[in-house]
Design a protein around this ligand. Structure first.
Ligand SMILES: Cc1cc2nc3c(=O)[nH]c(=O)nc-3n(C[C@H](O)[C@H](O)[C@H](O)COP(=O)(O)O)c2cc1C
Length: 368
């Protein structure tokens, strides 16, 4: 029904307004047990093959909601009923930001993709902290932490900005993702530069570590750049437990987009999500898993629409997967569809546990 009736209507409206409507509606549905029960009856799916234990945390299934859908922690009550095994809220930054001016979200249906240019819109760490005092999570929730999108916060102040949000909020969550890859910040820089990353990780390592820590990388890094990041991470020993692979891709020249030029030019500076980044992120997952022998937990995302897409990332080395664009294009039932298909694929291949399939293609040397 979503694909044939609801989506064609929704896709006639401005995507940011549709998104805001859904976040408000989802918050309402999450606010009482009856509506949560109705959503669970329509969308829930459970299977023992899908249960997993990663980063010391139990997950009912490995499919999570990626960062950017629920920036201000409004959907943590409804998303377990939608069928997600976990979710990542944010990105949250130390100071609030109203978002980049102008158009911030464009659909690219020909590419099953979105152009994203929010620029870390969120209500800020203090307001999120106040909300958390009234909230209990019924499933694992991670926080995505980024640097406040203000050009006047730079250098050491940027590092202090990350560290302040980490100190203030990370202990309330199952894990913290340090987002070093936002493509839409005003200063145009990310902390993927080795020297900057070294300083940032040094500062975070000096803080008390309240939960597992992951790093979120861009989808468009070269394997050489990934290796430089791995070397810095290893230098900081036990701080980083894993990676979230990956964020939006900024470099459109490597993506072979099919959408008309006029559409792509609606936000020339925006990052690209969805199907065009699928193969890029799978290759990065495979590279990191192979290079580190599975030492780090990997959350894989980028262009996951089907169970086969999720399984590809798991077999490449991801212990967990996330979706964002797949939810916007596929609707809430997409989560159960992916989980049901995943259980079928795991059973077909003789696995008794999703964890046994993690990195299978790397271990067997299956062609990429
Ligand atoms: C509307 C939108 C907003 C996003 N905002 C964030 C964000 O705030 N922080 C972040 O780390 N990633 C953000 N992302 C990137 C996603 O988390 C994800 O890494 C990327 O879209 C690839 O996954 P997908 O193909 O399933 O969308 C955003 C993506 C979309 C579509």
């Amino acid at each position: 029904m979503y694909e044939s009736i609801i989506k064609p209507v929704l896709f006639r409206f401005d995507p940011e307004r549709v998104h805001d409507f859904f976040v408000g509606f989802g918050e309402f549905l999450g606010s009482n047990a009856m509506t949560r029960g109705m959503v669970h009856a329509a969308c829930g799916y459970e299977h023992p093959l899908l249960r997993t234990h990663v980063l010391g945390i139990d997950f009912a299934n490995p499919v999570g909601l990626g960062a950017g859908f629920d920036k201000d922690v409004r959907l943590t009550k409804i998303m377990p009923a939608v069928g997600f095994g976990f979710m990542e809220v944010g990105a949250v930054t130390q100071f609030p930001y109203a978002g980049n001016p102008g158009r911030r979200l464009v659909r690219l249906p020909d590419d099953r993709s979105l152009i994203v240019y929010y620029g870390l819109k969120n209500i800020g760490a203090a307001a999120i902290g106040r909300k958390l005092s009234r909230l209990r999570f019924s499933f694992p929730v991670g926080i995505n932490i980024a640097k406040t999108n203000r050009a006047d916060i730079k250098g050491d102040a940027s590092v202090a900005d990350y560290a302040a949000t980490y100190r203030q909020l990370a202990h309330r969550f199952s894990y913290a993702t340090i987002n070093i890859s936002c493509p839409n910040a005003q200063d145009g820089c990310t902390f993927q530069d080795p020297a900057m990353l070294d300083t940032l990780l040094g500062a975070l390592a000096a803080e008390e570590k309240p939960c597992p820590v992951l790093l979120k990388l861009s989808a468009h890094l070269s394997m050489g750049e990934v290796d430089e990041i791995l070397a810095i991470v290893q230098k900081h020993g036990r701080l980083v437990d894993g990676f979230v692979i990956g964020n939006l891709a900024k470099d459109r020249s490597i993506l072979q987009l099919r959408s008309p030029r006029e559409r792509l030019d609606l936000i020339p500076a925006g990052g690209i999500s969805g199907a065009p980044v699928r193969a890029l992120t799978t290759a990065m997952i495979r590279h990191i898993y192979g290079k580190t022998g599975g030492r780090y937990a990997i959350i894989g995302l980028g262009g996951v629409f089907t169970a086969e897409d999720a399984y590809e990332k798991i077999r490449a080395g991801a212990s967990l997967v996330q979706i964002v664009t797949g939810l916007i294009y596929g609707g809430p039932r997409a989560v159960a569809r992916i989980n049901r298909g995943l259980a079928r694929l795991l059973a077909r291949d003789g696995y008794t546990h999703v964890a046994d399939a993690v990195g299978a293609d790397v271990r067997t040397g299956a062609p990429a």
